[in-house]
Structures are given as C-alpha cells and as structure tokens.
Design a protein around this ligand. Structure first.
Ligand SMILES: [Zn+2]
Length: 269
C-alpha cells in the first residue's frame, strides 16, 4: 500500500483560488470545499493542477458515486479557467447568479446597478451576454438583463458544455429604445416629458409578441414560454408606482396601446 502524499500547499491554494474558494459546480458554489482529483488518485498517482478541482463534500460525494460524471467535472474545470481569464470576479458572480436563476426559471429578472455600474459588467456587455435595458431619467440606476445569447451561455455553464469564449460581440445600443415604428417620435410630439419617458422606458424593454413569440395556428394563440404576456399599464405602475401621476400613466398606456395590447420582454420568447 503506497502512502498518498498531501497535495502541496501552493498547488492546493491555486486550485482553491481558481474556484474562488467555493465549490466549482456552477449551481452549487457551497463552502467548505476540498480539493478533488478529477481522474482518481489511484489511477494517476500524482497531483496535477489540471486534474484537481475544488468541490464541496456533497458534490465530492456525487462525483465519487458517478452521479456527476468525470467528463462533466473536467468541463466545469475548463470553463472555470476560461471564465477566470476573461471576466472579473463581479462578472463571474453575475453569471453564477444567473446559473441559479436558469435552474429555478427566474432568469428573466433584471439586475439593478448604480448609475455607471455598467463599467463593472463591461466584458459581459461587450460579449453580448448582458444588455443594458436603458436608464430612466428619474432614477440613478441602470438595469441589465441576460440576452438570448447570455441565456445560452449560462445554460452551457450549468450543463457542463464548452462555452464558446470568442462570444460573438453584439452591437449594443445602450440608450436608444427600440421604437415600434418610424412614427413613434411623431406620436410623442407635444406629450408631457413624463409620458415620453414612460413610453421610451417601456419600448426599451418590451416588444410586441409578433416579433418572435411562437404562434400556434391550431390553438390560435401565442405560446408564451419565457414569461408574459404583460400588460403595459401594470408593468409601468409596478416600475414607477407613486412617482408618476395617473394622468401620465393613462396617456402613456394609450400611446403604447396603438401598437399592441400584449407584450413580452425584448428577445425572450
Ligand atoms: Zn458543491
């Protein structure tokens, strides 16, 4: 029986740092963690960085029981390396948060950051994984949401699939709402500023289901699988509560109703 030497302290430290001293399984991220051999020690008989990963006792057990297979663990390790080389810790935490949201189905939720907080998520935005849904003049914050590309990326992280690190950069229009038609600006002419802001805010976040929600001709209805349909007035009142008058809500809702009565979040079908 050959004695197994301890993992050298420096190597152990690198492995723990790589995973942020948390379990490397993206949907787990628990503490405490221990260093685990991806290919069993009895087969490799050595401690190599590439074969070591930080796991919590539960995931460690699941790996030993083959409940999480070795290939998946290897891919988690590779993804971890790519994420570390490309994104800040803050950005990785956002991906981690969305990893959990994807699992529990709340990935359409927005993230709110202080004004100029987009600097902290610059690379996620540049890679087209997150998008700023447009600042609103009355607030000193910005809101971001996962793009369809971001959703695909997070699903791959969670599912232990290779993430394509050369993510296709997406041209992001940070401030321009997606106007529903060319006459939109004309419609707003002469309206109160609060009404214009409400409409712009709305159209930077919501669009007509006809833009992409699957339509079932048999049932004669849209198939909403990613949330919705939303009612414009409810959305506006939820977001702005007491800060806007009833008259302005009514006016904005009327303008928006020229385009559709049901709405979905942009790009989420
Ligand atoms: Zn774990």
């Amino acid at each position: 029986m050959s004695a197994r030497p301890d993992v050298p302290a420096e190597l152990r430290r690198r492995v723990l740092v790589e995973a942020g001293h948390r379990c490397a399984i993206p949907t787990c991220r628990q503490i405490p963690v221990d260093v685990h051999h991806i290919r069993e020690w009895s087969k490799v008989k050595r401690h190599d960085f590439d074969n070591l990963i930080a796991l919590c006792p539960t995931c460690h057990r699941r790996c030993k029981d083959k409940d999480i297979d070795g290939l998946a663990v290897r891919q988690y390790k590779l993804n971890l390396g790519l994420l570390n080389s490309r994104y800040s810790e803050f950005e990785r935490r956002i991906l981690e948060l969305y990893g959990r949201r994807v699992v529990d189905g709340t990935h359409t939720a927005l993230i709110t950051l202080p004004k100029h907080g987009d600097l902290f998520v610059l690379h996620l935005v540049q890679d087209g994984l997150l998008t700023d849904v447009g600042a609103f003049e009355y607030d000193h914050h910005i809101e971001l949401r996962l793009t369809p590309h971001g959703l695909d990326y997070v699903r791959k992280l969670v599912g232990a699939e290779p993430v394509d690190i050369e993510a296709e950069p997406v041209a992001i229009e940070l401030d321009e709402p997606q106007y529903p038609d060319d006459d939109f600006e004309d419609r707003l002419a002469g309206e109160r500023q609060a009404v214009i802001d409400l409409c712009r805010w709305f159209f930077s976040r919501y669009e007509d289901p006809a833009q992409g929600v699957p339509y079932d001709g048999g049932e004669g209805s849209y198939q909403y699988t990613c949330g919705g349909p939303y009612d414009a007035e409810e959305v506006l009142r939820d977001a702005f509560g007491d800060t806007v008058s009833d008259a302005d809500f009514d006016r904005a809702t009327k303008i928006i109703a020229n385009y559709s009565t049901d709405w979905v979040e942009i790009g989420l079908y």
